[in-house]
Write a protein that binds this ligand. Structure first.
Ligand code: DP6
Length: 358
């Protein structure tokens, strides 16, 4: 599409805060161009957020695009390089970028390597800033389109980031169940039972060391994994079943699928060539104790895992008191320095200077 560039110099300053998310149906395996091999569905978090501010200066006719990137107030050349490459990649979708100098300031309110996906919140926040910049320069966009474009741009930075744009739950990837779903952006998932409005996610930090394999390397290993096709079929089936469970308020069905997804993700990593084991002995102990506690008490709780050793303990907000006691008495001992990060279903991104969330 040909975009009409304005004739005048424009400059401005704006910011967005964007949360991370935890995938319930996992994205693991992709095609070139950040196209997922299967649809994924995630829960948006609330507390774990990246806050990004940009100062932009758009000078038409001048092919100059300086970039300055600071993380936590300091110059961050390694991150900066990744951002530079990302900006180049998205230029066809945001043509203003070829005439725009940017100063980007970013920071997380959660620790690195804590088992919380920081690329999701970081790329989400940056994408929202860039699409708002485009809106300020070219004129306003319809709200749904604004968030869809932000999700599309975020996906090109990191697949899971496409899902961080929406409140509560989001789906990324084409599925016949959702007419407007797409492999190129995520959409909000709204038809779920009220029981799933308040889900807590206590992240049990077993090991805070940086990841042994990057997600990108992990996705690539799926190309040679003998179980890949079966996994993609399983993800599609699990998505249908999870959606049904969420609509019907079927907690048992929900947790069975979420746990299967977590274990399959690790099974895929273990059976890769080369294979990797990202769980630690403490991870397995926690998983077993969670299942035993559930069996004994019938309480609504279960686990998810990311590509690492830390455990996301998911439970219903109404049971928070009892589950907190369970965490303190039985699980904290497996956590590094007793670290547990408490989060819950979130309201989505927030524009700086705006009280309203997405
Ligand atoms: C295990 O989104 O980090 O968290 O697209 O290469 O940046 P890239 O990968 P990324 O992969 C996320 C993998 C996961 C599962 C998920 O979030 O769906």
């Amino acid at each position: 599409m040909k975009v009409e560039m304005p004739g005048q110099i424009r400059s401005g300053s704006l910011g967005w805060e964007c949360p991370s998310n935890i995938a319930l149906i996992k994205y693991w395996g992709k095609k070139p161009g950040q196209i997922p091999m299967n649809p994924s569905l995630s829960m948006t978090l609330q507390e774990a957020r990246t806050r990004t501010n940009i100062n932009y200066s758009f000078v038409p006719g001048k092919n100059e695009k300086d970039l300055r990137f600071r993380f936590d107030g300091k110059e961050a050349p390694a991150f900066g390089e990744r951002i530079r490459k990302f900006l180049e990649d998205i230029e066809p979708h945001l043509p203003l970028l070829s005439h725009t100098s940017l100063e980007i300031d970013s920071g997380n309110n959660f620790p690195h390597s804590s088992g919380i996906a920081s690329s999701a919140s970081a790329m989400g926040a940056l994408a929202l800033c860039l699409v708002q910049m485009e809106e300020e320069i070219l004129g306003s966009m319809e709200r749904d389109l604004f968030f869809r474009k932000a999700s599309f741009i975020a996906r090109l930075g990191s697949g899971s980031a496409s899902r961080s744009i929406y409140t509560h739950y989001a789906l990324w990837g084409r599925s016949d169940r959702w007419e407007h779903s797409s492999d190129e952006y995520a959409i909000p998932v709204k038809d779920f039972n009220d029981d799933f409005l308040d889900i807590r996610d206590s992240i049990l930090v077993v090991d805070s060391a940086p990841k042994k394999i990057s997600s990108s390397a992990g996705h690539m290993l799926m190309e040679t994994n003998s179980f890949a096709e079966a996994r993609y079929d399983q993800a599609r089936e699990n998505l249908d079943q999870l959606h049904t469970a969420m609509k019907e308020g079927d907690w048992q069905g929900f947790i069975n699928i979420v746990e299967e997804e977590a274990l399959t993700l690790h099974a895929m990593m273990m059976t890769g060539r080369p294979g990797s084991m990202l769980m630690q002995p403490g991870t397995l102990s926690i998983l077993q104790i969670i299942r035993k506690y559930r069996q004994e008490t019938g309480r609504r709780l279960g686990f998810s895992l990311d590509a690492g050793a830390n455990v996301h303990l998911l439970y219903a907000g109404v049971d928070a008191g009892e589950v907190e006691s369970f965490i303190s008495s039985e699980l904290v001992r497996y956590c590094e320095d007793g670290r547990v990060i408490r989060d819950h279903t979130g309201q989505g991104p927030k524009k700086m200077g705006d009280d309203k969330e997405n």
